[in-house]
Design a binder for this molecule. Structure first.
Ligand SMILES: [Zn+2]
Length: 160
């Protein structure tokens, strides 16, 4: 009785050891990143400050729209902010163009203009451009102002 239990335990231990040595297929398929947090919509992570906050940028090529979600340092919680709008200057083929992000209300979450974590900008060029360099000019989040934050789309600027 005791002996068979021991055999079972050893067998279970051996199984778990051999499993942990094999790379899980999901890990192997994921891009090589040390980042612990993940953009909730699979978008581009733009870090603001030293992992203080993030913007997650998601492009909709069909309608030419870029959505910006304001997230915390872990990219787990949405941060509602009061900003009436903010600008990102994008450089496409050496030409500068400004995207103005407007607050979006969401009846499902109770978010409204002046208290929302979602902003959107629209531009024709967003339909056909999937790569550009950008700079967040000036964005205040909960009393802290972030200025001239450079990034690449779709790589982002998060170094960790
Ligand atoms: Zn980050």
């Amino acid at each position: 009785m005791n002996r068979s239990l021991l055999v079972l335990l050893v067998a279970a231990l051996a199984t778990s050891l051999s499993c942990s040595k094999q790379p899980a297929s999901s890990t192997a398929a994921a891009p090589a990143t040390k980042h612990e947090h993940k953009a909730p919509h699979g978008g581009t992570a733009v870090e603001l400050g030293n992992e203080a906050y993030h913007l997650e940028l998601v492009r909709d090529a069909v309608v030419g729209k870029l959505s910006a979600y304001v997230l915390d340092g872990e990219m787990e919680n949405f941060i509602r902010i009061a900003a009436p709008s903010f600008d990102i200057v994008a450089v496409i083929s050496g030409q500068q163009t400004t995207l103005t992000f407007k607050p979006v209300a969401n009846p499902a979450t109770g978010e409204k203009v002046g208290d929302t974590s979602l902003f959107e900008a629209q531009a024709e060029w967003l339909k056909g451009t999937d790569k550009f360099d950008g700079v967040v000019l000036d964005l205040e989040i909960k009393g802290t102002t972030f200025k001239a934050v450079g990034f690449n789309f779709p790589k982002g600027n998060d170094k960790e």
